[in-house]
Design a protein. Structure first.
Length: 365
């Protein structure tokens, strides 16, 4: 079994304590996480960055917009999402990873980005909905998760952009893309809100029948150290123990964090162990329960299909409402009402929001 001596373990414990001791709120932790990612992104020449391809004509009414959903290559999608998202997004992702963008065709500019992936293995509100922990091979064949659903800003604010993207995630057109790419019989889409405890509302609320809220996730997990402090910690430990986790392992950073915590706990005792356990307990308080949402694409018997009882789809009466065209009509009605109200009140936002080291964007919107 790989071990550290007591002094080495205390050095590592102090890294955890110093890092998490900086934060008392989730937004402080998330901003540090985002800034660590920003430091890794090269700065483009003025006027040459992908920010010039983000939607910026905020005189346009939703009624005049012509939208299309396209698949993007990894480099373009990753660069765009890191510019606009307040979340720190993973680049290397095991399993399924369909990366889409939504464009306004009149301007040729992006209004938002979506990433689908293989669902997480276990989730409490899902297990309650299905009546059990689903069989993993069957579940991966019939369900998909939306990990990133992010509009550009202020398109999201001015036009209910988050609801547009979420609605398109529930469309038969996008479902067909996933079925064809991954040979699926897709009947269930799921996603979670970015925030739970710290923000009562979500962009996914008020979207029945496309999306329905099904409860809160658990939040008893350890947040990760980011940026240079994590690299320093990893190098310090693995220079003494060798590699702790395989290079190609899924969720490698999380597994490394858990392995290092285990090493520390096995190498100290008494007051030192008590103090370290307190650090980890306080760090867990920075995590949040998230709101869990599900779409059945208008498929009446989706739970039976996900549970492996049948593979035959039974269409619900509202099945035909889940096309791109119908969902965009639904969005335009609500977005036009919001756009006109903001315009009347003089509250339309006009400045494109992109992340840089000097950004003053609210991390929790």
């Amino acid at each position: 079994m790989k071990t550290l001596n007591k002094n080495e373990a205390l050095h590592c414990a102090n890294i955890f304590n110093d890092y998490f001791g900086q934060f008392t709120r989730i937004d402080q932790y998330m901003r540090d996480q985002k800034m660590a990612q920003i430091d890794t992104i090269p700065t483009p020449l003025p006027g040459m960055g992908l920010d010039t391809e983000m939607f910026d004509d905020f005189t346009m009414s939703p009624e005049d917009m012509d939208l299309e959903v396209i698949e993007l290559g990894n480099h373009t999608w990753d660069t765009c999402i890191n510019l606009i998202s307040s979340h720190s997004n993973m680049v290397s992702i095991p399993g399924k990873a369909l990366k889409l963008a939504v464009k306004e065709k009149n301007t040729g500019k992006y209004i938002g980005f979506i990433r689908f992936g293989s669902p997480v293995i276990n989730m409490k509100p899902r297990n309650i909905l299905l009546g059990n922990i689903p069989d993993l091979p069957t579940f991966n064949k019939t369900a998909i998760m939306g990990f990133v659903i992010v509009p550009t800003q202020p398109f999201g604010f001015n036009y209910l952009g988050g609801k547009l993207l979420a609605a398109l995630c529930c469309s038969h057109d996008v479902r067909k893309k996933l079925n064809e790419k991954y040979d699926m019989n897709l009947v269930m889409f799921e996603t979670t809100s970015l925030y739970g405890n710290s923000k009562q509302a979500s962009q996914y609320d008020g979207m029945k029948p496309m999306l329905r809220y099904k409860g809160l996730t658990d939040s008893d997990f350890i947040p990760m150290i980011h940026g240079k402090p994590f690299k320093d910690l990893q190098n310090y430990v693995e220079s003494r123990t060798g590699h702790l986790v395989k290079e190609d392992a899924s969720s490698r950073k999380l597994k490394l964090t858990n392995a290092i915590i285990g090493l520390i706990k096995r190498s100290i005792d008494g007051d030192d162990l008590t103090a370290f356990n307190t650090t980890i307990t306080n760090a867990k308080k920075l995590t949040e329960q998230k709101r869990y949402y599900v779409s059945n694409y208008g498929i009446e018997n989706y739970i039976d299909i996900v549970n492996g009882k049948t593979d035959k789809i039974v269409k619900a009466p509202n099945y035909d409402r889940f096309t791109d065209n119908e969902l965009i009509i639904w969005w335009k009605k609500h977005a036009t009402k919001r756009f006109n109200k903001l315009k009347e009140d003089g509250r339309l936002r006009n400045d494109l929001e992109v992340w840089t080291r000097d950004s003053q964007i609210d991390i929790i919107r």
